[in-house]
Design a protein. Structure first.
Length: 99
């Protein structure tokens, strides 16, 4: 594995997205992405120590327009009142090079 210099690194938005998957009734899995993402990755001694990110809720993409609209509604993300979603890691664990 390549050495990771210590520092705070900006996430490359043109090569990144945040994704999710939710099991529905144990039968199917709904998936979506937020392609408009920004954030940072902090490293020390070749180890990632923290990840922080922000997504723009309006960038939400799913395979179904009706589903996307429902997810943007007050029933779920309430995009009109909460235009961004944020993630801050509480810990980071390496699962190896192939994970």
């Amino acid at each position: 594995m390549a050495s990771i210099p210590a520092g705070t690194w900006a996430i490359d938005a043109s090569h990144s997205s945040a994704g999710w998957a939710v099991k529905h009734l144990g039968i199917s899995t709904f998936r979506g992405t937020f392609p408009d993402v920004s954030g940072t990755i902090e490293t020390t001694d070749d180890v990632i120590t923290a990840i922080n990110g922000t997504v723009q809720i309006a960038s939400l993409k799913t395979v179904d327009e009706q589903q996307t609209g429902h997810l943007m509604s007050p029933d779920f993300f309430d995009a009109a009142n909460h235009p961004t979603g944020m993630f801050t890691s509480t810990s980071v664990q390496s699962l190896g090079d192939d994970k």
